[in-house]
Design a protein. Structure first.
Length: 113
């Protein structure tokens, strides 16, 4: 997998507004927020996209649990929020490193785009 912006953030080479970190994942505020709360949850391991996650690894379970915890901690759980995983260029993935967007703090529209 090619070096990405997120790989550099995980290594601490590029600063971020960190919200959460554990041995497996890192969460930080998006630098171009699309909602009042816009946080990215990423695995520390270099994984290009959601299709590259091994079925039995438990990684997606962990990332989703982290996203849910962050939404609760950010106070957007009660009113609702959106979790988004983009895959590939046509899916809107702009960084080739698996990430979950947590979007909240406003009414989300459907369809999204």
């Amino acid at each position: 997998m090619a070096e990405t912006l997120f790989s550099k953030i995980v290594r601490g080479e590029i600063p971020c507004d960190k919200v959460y970190e554990d041995d497996t994942s890192l969460a930080f505020r998006d630098i171009n927020p699309q909602a009042p709360t816009h946080i990215l949850v990423i695995p520390k391991q270099d994984i290009e996209d959601v299709s590259k996650v091994e079925e039995d690894s438990g990684l997606m379970d962990h990332l989703m649990a982290v996203a849910t915890k962050i939404a609760r901690d950010e106070g957007i759980d009660e009113g609702g929020y959106r979790l988004v995983i983009n895959k590939g260029a046509n899916g809107g993935q702009s960084v080739d490193h698996l990430h979950i967007h947590i979007l909240g703090g406003r009414q989300m529209i459907w369809p999204p785009g």
